[in-house]
Design a protein around this ligand. Structure first.
Ligand code: ADP
Ligand code: ZN
Length: 364
C-alpha cells in the first residue's frame, strides 16, 4: 500500500491530504477515532454511489449505526441554489450537529455543492472530502473553495471553507471514463508549466492505452506532487489576493471558451488545455521566449466536440473582458516569463489576444 500525507495550513488550522491506493477504510478508521460523533452524513455523487457506494458505506457503517446519505445527480446543474437547499435540508432534518462529520464523495460538482452545504449548515460542520475524480484530487478538493452557481454565472455563491481532511484513494479512479482522466490531466500540466517541469515527464503515463491500468505508485506520486504545489500556493494566499492567481494559468481563455460553448460542448479540462496553449502563445507575443512547447506533445490526447466554425473571436474576447477575476478594464492574464516562472500581465492590445486565440481555434 502506498500512501503520502501532505499538510495544508490555513487560517482555521492544518488539515491533512492523504493520497494512496486502498487507503480509504484505514483513513476512515483513523478519522473515527479522533472524532466524537453519533451519526455520520454522506453526500455522494450518484455514479460514485453506483460504482463504489458499497465500499464507502461499509467503511462508514463500521463507525456509526446512524448513517444518512444523499445522492447528488451528476452534472453542473446540481450546483444550484435549489439543490443546495435540498442538501442543507437533508442535514438539518436528520439532526446534524456542530460536531457531526459530513463526508462528501465525488468529483468537483459534488465537492463544491457538498462543501458549501457543510460550510453553511449550522454555520459550519466538519467536512471530509473524498475526491473520486483526478481533477478533484489534484485541484478542487484542495484549498477550501466551495460553492454553487447563480443565473448570473458560475461559482458566484460560495465560501472558503477548509475540510478536516481530504482522503484521495486512487482506487476510486479506476472506474473513471477516459475523458475524465484527460479532464484532470490539464490541471496536472498546469502545475508542470507554472512550477515543476518534471511533471511534464511524469504525465507521459497518460499516453498508455488505458489510464485505469496506470501503476498506482506512479499515480500516487504524480497526484502528490500536484497537491504539494497547490497546497504551497493556497497556504501563501488562502483568500485569493496574490500568488493564488497563478493557478489560473490558461483559465482566462478557458472560462471564455466554456462560456461560449454554454458549458456543454467543451469540458473544463479541454478548455484549460487550449487556454494554456493560447497563454504560451500570448507570452511569446508579449516578450517572452519560451523554447520548445512542452504542452504540444499532449495535444493528441484531446478530442474536442466543438469546431472552429462555432466560435467567434469577438465573443471569446468579450467573454474574457467579462471574467470575474478582472480588476481593471484591460484583460489580465497569467503568462510565463519562462517555463515555471508565471507572471501576471495586463494586455492592452486586443490584436495580440486575437492572434493567441488563433492557436486555440486551429486545434479544433
Ligand atoms: P470534475 O471533478 O471533473 O469537476 P464532476 O463532479 O462533474 O467532475 O464528475 C465528472 C463525472 O464523473 C460525473 O459524471 C461523475 O458522476 C463521474 N464520476 C465521479 N467519480 C467517478 C468515478 N470514480 N468513477 C466513475 N465516474 C465518476
Ligand atoms: Zn481549473
Amino acid at each position: 500500500m502506498s500512501r503520502k500525507t501532505i499538510n495544508v495550513k490555513s487560517n482555521s488550522g492544518t488539515y491533512e491530504v492523504v493520497i494512496g491506493s486502498g487507503i480509504f477504510d484505514e483513513e476512515i478508521g483513523r478519522m473515527a477515532q479522533k472524532s466524537k460523533h453519533d451519526s455520520l452524513f454522506l453526500v455522494i455523487d450518484e455514479n460514485v454511489h453506483t460504482l463504489h457506494g458499497d465500499r464507502i458505506i461499509a467503511a462508514l457503517k463500521k463507525h456509526t449505526t446512524d448513517l444518512h446519505l444523499i445522492r447528488v445527480p451528476q452534472g453542473e446543474s446540481s450546483k444550484s441554489i435549489s439543490f443546495w437547499e435540498k442538501t442543507v435540508g437533508f442535514l438539518l432534518n436528520n439532526g446534524v450537529r456542530r460536531n457531526t462529520p459530513v463526508f462528501v464523495a465525488g468529483g468537483g460538482v459534488t465537492g463544491d455543492l457538498g462543501g458549501f452545504a457543510a460550510a453553511t449548515a449550522l454555520r459550519g460542520v466538519p467536512l471530509y472530502h473524498i475526491p473520486t475524480t483526478l481533477l478533484a484530487m489534484v485541484d478542487s478538493s484542495i484549498g477550501g473553495k466551495t460553492g454553487i452557481n447563480h443565473e448570473m454565472g458560475k461559482n458566484l455563491i460560495g465560501a472558503f471553507y477548509q475540510p478536516e481532511c481530504v482522503i484521495a484513494d486512487v482506487e476510486f479512479l479506476k472506474t473513471l471514463p477516459s475523458a475524465e482522466w484527460i479532464n484532470g490531466l490539464s490541471e496536472i500540466l498546469k502545475y508542470a508549466a507554472i512550477r515543476d517541469k518534471t511533471i511534464f515527464n511524469d504525465a507521459e503515463i497518460f499516453f498508455d492505452e488505458n489510464p485505469a491500468a496506470i501503476d498506482n505508485l506512479k499515480l500516487t506520486d504524480l497526484i502528490s506532487k500536484c497537491v504539494l504545489i497547490k497546497a504551497d500556493i493556497v497556504q501563501q494566499d488562502e483568500f485569493e489576493g496574490g500568488v493564488r492567481a497563478f493557478l489560473n494559468f490558461g483559465h482566462t481563455f478557458a472560462h471564455a471558451l466554456e462560456r461560449a460553448c454554454g458549458y456543454e460542448k467543451v469540458s473544463h479540462g479541454e478548455a484549460v488545455f487550449l487556454g494554456m496553449l493560447a497563454a504560451v502563445k500570448l507570452s511569446n507575443l508579449t516578450g517572452s521566449r519560451l523554447s520548445d512547447n512542452h504542452l504540444q506533445k499532449f495535444c493528441s490526447l484531446y478530442h474536442y466536440r466543438v469546431s472552429k466554425e462555432e466560435l467567434s473571436y469577438e465573443e471569446l474576447i468579450h467573454n474574457m473582458a467579462a471574467d470575474k477575476k478582472k480588476t481593471d478594464r484591460f484583460i489580465r492574464f497569467v503568462l510565463l516569463n519562462e517555463w515555471q516562472h508565471p507572471v501576471l500581465k495586463t494586455v492592452k492590445d486586443k490584436t495580440l489576444v486575437r492572434e493567441a486565440l488563433t492557436v486555440v481555434l486551429n486545434e479544433l
